[in-house]
Write a protein that binds this ligand. Structure first.
Ligand code: KG4
Ligand code: ZN
Length: 361
C-alpha cells in the first residue's frame, strides 16, 4: 500500500449525515473518490433549530445508506479501505454516537483500523485537502456553530488564538433574519437584503474591538438589531423595505468589521503565517469574504476559501483528516468514545456553552 491510503469517513455531529471516500497518495493532491451529504433541514424546520433527538435518529437511519452510496459511486468495497474515520466530537452527542457506533461496526466487521477525528480538525485541515496548503497557516472558522481562529501547525497541532465568547456569527445572521421576517438559513437572505441597504444608517456596535486579542462576541449585536427594529417600528408604525435593507446592511457591516479587524490582529501577532484560509457557511458571504481577502492582501499573505460544499459540514474533510492521522500512525480501538466537547487546543479551551447547533469547542 506504501504511502497511498484510502479512507472512508463519516460525519454526523450536527444536522448533516455524510460519508466520503478520500485517497491520499504521498506528494500528490488528495482525491475525493465519492461523497454524499444528506441534510436534515426539513426535519427541523418547524422547530426553529436543530432538535438533537430527531437529528440522532435521522443519522442512525441514514448513515449506512450514505456508506452504501459512496461505496457504490466509487466502485470500491470495504476491503479496499485502509481505515474508517469518524467524527468523534465535538457536536450533538446523539448524532456523534450514531456515527461512532456505525464506524465501529464497519471497522469490526471488515477488520479495519478505526480513527476518531475531531470535527474542527476536519474543517481546519480542509485547505490541505482542497489545495494542498502547507503548514503552518491561519484558519478562520465561521459558521452557524463555530467561530474561532486556529493556528494550524500540523494534523495534531492546533493553537486557538481566539473565538466567540457567545454566539457564532451564523447564528446571529439566522436570528437577524428571523427578527426581520426573512427566510432561513438567514445568512444568504440577510446578504441579499443588504445589497440595497445603507450600512451606515444605523450605527451598530463592533463588540470587543476595544479589547486586545482575537476574541469576539455576536450576541449583543443581535440584541442591538432587535432594539433598533423595535424603535423604528414604534416611530413609524412598521418597517419599510428600505428600513429592512438598511438594518441588514448595518448588521452585516458590523460582523464584517469585527471579523476583519480580529483577523488583522491574528496575522499581525503571527507574522510567520503566510496563508489565511476560511471555512464555514459564513465564509460564503461576499462582503465578508472580500474584506478578509483585503486583510490578507494588506498583510501580504495568500487567501484561500475552499469551495463552499467543502467549507460546510461534510465527510470528505473527516476522511482526509483521518488519512493524515493514519499516516502519522494514529489508531483508535473499540473504546473510542463520542465527545460532546473536544477542544482542538487543550491549552486554550472554549469559553462557550452549547448553542443551537450543539457544543462549540
Ligand atoms: O457551515 P454551515 O453550513 O453549518 C454549520 O453551522 O455547521 O453554516 C451555516 C451557517 C448558517 O448560520 C447560515 O446562515 C450561514 O452559515 N451562512 C451565511 C451565508 N450563507 C450561509 N452567513 C452569512 N452570509 C451568507 N451568505
Ligand atoms: Zn462544522
Amino acid at each position: 500500500m506504501g504511502d497511498t491510503v484510502t479512507i472512508l469517513g463519516l460525519e454526523s455531529s450536527c444536522d448533516d449525515t455524510a460519508a466520503a471516500i478520500v485517497r491520499v497518495r504521498g506528494g500528490a493532491p488528495a482525491q475525493i473518490l465519492a461523497q454524499t451529504v444528506q441534510g436534515q433541514g426539513q426535519l427541523h424546520a418547524a422547530f426553529g433549530g436543530v432538535v438533537p433527538e430527531i437529528a440522532a435518529r435521522a443519522h442512525a437511519e441514514k448513515l449506512d445508506l450514505c456508506v452504501a452510496e459512496v461505496l457504490r459511486a466509487s466502485g470500491l468495497g470495504l476491503r479496499d479501505m485502509d481505515a474508517i474515520a469518524v467524527t468523534a466530537g465535538p457536536g450533538l452527542i446523539g448524532g456523534v454516537m450514531s456515527g461512532v457506533m456505525c464506524a465501529k461496526g464497519l471497522a469490526a466487521g471488515a477488520g479495519l483500523p478505526l480513527i476518531g477525528v475531531n470535527h474542527l480538525a476536519g474543517h481546519a485541515l480542509t485547505p490541505r485537502l482542497t489545495d494542498g496548503a502547507e503548514y503552518p497557516y491561519l484558519m478562520l472558522l465561521v459558521s452557524g456553530g463555530h467561530c474561532q481562529f486556529l493556528r494550524v501547525d500540523g494534523a495534531q497541532h492546533f493553537t486557538r488564538l481566539g473565538g466567540t465568547i457567545d454566539d457564532a456569527p451564523g447564528e446571529a445572521f439566522d436570528k437577524t433574519a428571523r427578527l426581520l421576517g426573512l427566510s432561513q438559513p438567514g445568512g444568504p437572505a440577510v446578504e441579499a437584503e443588504a445589497k440595497a441597504g445603507d450600512p451606515a444608517r444605523y450605527g451598530f456596535p463592533r463588540p470587543l474591538l476595544d479589547r486586545p486579542g482575537c476574541d469576539m462576541s455576536f450576541s449583543g449585536l443581535k440584541t442591538a438589531l432587535l432594539r433598533t427594529r423595535d424603535a423604528v417600528m414604534r416611530d413609524q408604525g412598521g418597517l419599510t423595505g428600505q428600513d429592512r435593507a438598511d438594518l441588514c446592511a448595518g448588521f452585516q457591516a458590523a460582523v464584517c468589521d469585527v471579523l476583519a479587524e480580529k483577523t488583522r490582529r491574528a496575522l499581525a501577532a503571527h507574522p510567520d503565517l503566510r496563508l489565511l484560509a476560511v471555512a464555514g457557511g459564513v465564509a460564503a458571504n461576499h462582503t465578508i469574504r472580500d474584506a478578509l481577502m483585503q486583510v490578507a492582501n494588506d498583510a501580504g499573505v495568500q487567501f484561500l476559501a475552499p469551495p463552499l460544499a467543502l467549507c460546510t459540514d461534510n465527510a470528505a474533510m473527516i476522511a482526509y483528516a483521518g488519512a493524515e492521522l493514519f499516516l502519522l500512525g494514529h489508531r483508535d480501538d473499540m473504546t473510542l468514545a463520542a465527545r460532546p466537547r473536544w477542544p482542538l487546543d487543550a491549552s486554550s479551551p472554549a469559553m462557550l456553552g452549547s448553542g443551537r447547533k450543539g457544543a462549540k469547542a
